[in-house]
Design a protein around this ligand. Structure first.
Ligand SMILES: [Zn+2]
Length: 313
């Protein structure tokens, strides 16, 4: 049985509930699966085995989410695992506690010298026993969240609402989740309850590589298109992890280094620039309220969408 299955979310914050049900906030692009995976890999190298000596919170919003009794339970635990679920970053501790970070737009987890003075951006600091480094949670816009779960508290948690991970979902399951919905592909793939880990960047990039229009109703996707999309999505995510993510605005890994996958973007934030496949200018449209980049030549409007547009006229 998955050791995490028995965890219960202590604090169900309203912002997170809204995010799960309404999708990410407009403009809230980062970080997505590859960026969180990069952070997990970087932190694993350095932080695994360290014992948490002290947890300090400097943010009223985080304080509201995590009662101090809960924080104290974390202290003394050794970091025995780091993992990712969708866009959540999970610290597993030897005393059964689990820290669950969601970095949202501007959140960063950075290793800093433990003697470094606090700044206005700092929201939380984890100090470790016998180590000169501390883990700093910085978040200028304060959308990021932290929850603490305890293994001995039964019940189901928020993490369980997440759909299968975009990097792990197999083709059979992927086709099934598409077939069950009439929503435009773009909106469906952004819904973390349907499939976890994708955001605006990697949905746009995957759809372009698969040659599928973002407004295509999910259940109108042909078996061949579903196979192309599944394969494109995994290729894009894997390559982005190798490049340590995309740094569009704020994102940095746990050592403060930017990612380089933005150099490989074919559509995202390339409005007006030539398509790298066919040369047509990249367009920017809105789908389900989200800014969307596509190539009008490589990603044709599907017949079903054209017909419904005609009917509305
Ligand atoms: Zn093109």
């Amino acid at each position: 049985m998955d050791a995490r299955a028995g965890f219960k979310l202590l604090n169900f914050d309203v912002g997170m509930a809204a995010w799960l049900f309404l999708g990410p906030r407009p403009g809230g692009e980062m970080p997505e699966l590859p960026e969180v995976e990069t952070m997990v890999l970087g932190l694993r190298e350095s932080i695994l085995g360290q014992r948490v000596r002290r947890v300090r919170v400097f943010c009223d919003r985080l304080m509201g989410q995590v009662p101090s009794a809960s924080l104290r339970k974390v202290e003394g635990g050794r970091v025995i695992g780091l993992s990712r679920k969708g866009k959540f970053l999970l610290f597993h501790l030897s005393n059964g506690s689990m820290l669950v970070f969601h970095l949202r737009m501007t959140g960063k987890l950075l290793l800093v010298p433990s003697a470094r003075p606090l700044t206005k951006r700092d929201r939380l600091r984890l100090d470790f026993s016998d180590w000169d480094w501390a883990l700093n949670f910085e978040d200028t816009r304060r959308f990021g969240s932290l929850d603490i779960l305890h293994a001995w508290e039964p019940g189901d948690g928020l993490l369980r609402e997440l759909g299968p991970d975009a990097l792990l979902v197999d083709l059979v399951d992927f086709r099934e989740l598409l077939a069950g919905s009439r929503r435009p592909l773009k909106a469906l793939l952004l819904d973390q309850r349907v499939i976890a880990g994708l955001g605006n960047i990697y949905v746009d990039e995957s759809l372009h590589r698969a040659g599928i229009h973002p407004r295509t109703p999910a259940d109108a996707v042909t078996p061949a298109e579903a196979r192309r999309l599944h394969s494109a999505m995994r290729q894009v995510l894997r390559k982005a992890i190798v490049c340590r993510g995309s740094s569009i605005s704020d994102y940095r890994d746990s050592h403060g280094r930017p990612g380089t996958y933005q150099k490989h973007h074919r559509v995202y934030q390339r409005r007006g620039e030539p398509c790298r496949t066919c040369g047509a200018p990249i367009e920017h449209i809105r789908v389900g309220g989200r800014g969307t980049h596509l190539c009008p030549a490589c990603q044709k409007v599907p017949a079903a969408v054209r017909a419904s547009a005609r009917a509305k006229r």
